[in-house]
Write a protein that binds this ligand. Structure first.
Ligand code: UDP
Length: 196
């Protein structure tokens, strides 16, 4: 555990889906997700409450060919489902690391994960659970960056953005709707301890 004193009580970590790919072309690289979760565990063990919003680019890229010519909203829902898969993988890895994680989805998929209910998220966080917000905003035409801003505002967190790779979007999209918030960009999670 680091000796650094946390400057933030509650943070939201926005992970691009592609941060999970490691050196792979798409999908989830096991070693990469395990390493990331270890770094998240270090932060949680410092007493910081951690919310996570993860994208879906790593999975969606793998099916992007099939989405060509597809209805935009349908393709966007596929992208949101990809974020649910990533959130489940992240929560599973956190569980194995001894953390308690809750996946909360912005689209109804209750047999798999609990719905995003605004008052419940801060409650989970206050109990030391990591909250992974899945399915972005739940609306087509947006991205998980917008979801990160929304969740950050409603859960009163500082937002930290990590490991976004430059890539072409699988679906041509207009500029995302962004809500101003505190965004700090870091290329590696391991550097985050210096800003806490
Ligand atoms: N998406 C959406 N609404 C949202 C969040 C995501 O329609 O609120 C769709 C959109 O198609 C997006 C995809 O899900 O391209 C994956 O999200 P994002 O591009 O943010 O993932 P990242 O690039 O961070 O991995």
């Amino acid at each position: 555990m680091s000796d650094a004193r946390p400057a933030h009580k509650r943070i939201l970590l926005k992970l691009s889906g592609e941060a999970l790919m490691g050196d792979d072309a798409f999908g989830i690289n096991r070693a990469t997700i395990v390493r990331m979760v270890q770094e998240v565990a270090e932060v949680v063990n410092m007493g910081v409450e951690v919310a996570v919003v993860i994208g879906g680019g790593n999975i969606f890229r793998g099916v992007a060919g099939g989405s060509v010519g597809m209805d935009r909203a349908t393709a966007d829902y596929m992208g949101m489902l990809a974020t649910v898969m990533n959130s489940l993988a992240l929560a599973d890895a956190m569980d194995k690391q001894g953390l308690v994680a809750r996946v909360m989805s912005a689209i109804a998929i209750e047999q798999v994960v609990e719905p995003y209910v605004r008052p419940k998220a801060p409650q989970h966080l206050a109990e030391g659970k990591v909250v992974a917000s899945a399915a972005g905003t739940g609306n087509p035409l947006f991205t998980t960056d917008t979801a990160a801003s929304l969740r950050s505002a409603s859960n009163r967190t500082s937002t930290l953005s990590a490991r976004r790779r430059a890539h072409a979007s699988p679906v041509p999209r207009p500029a995302p709707v962004a809500i101003p918030t505190v965004v700090m960009r870091h290329s590696s999670l391991s550097r985050l301890s210096s800003v806490f």
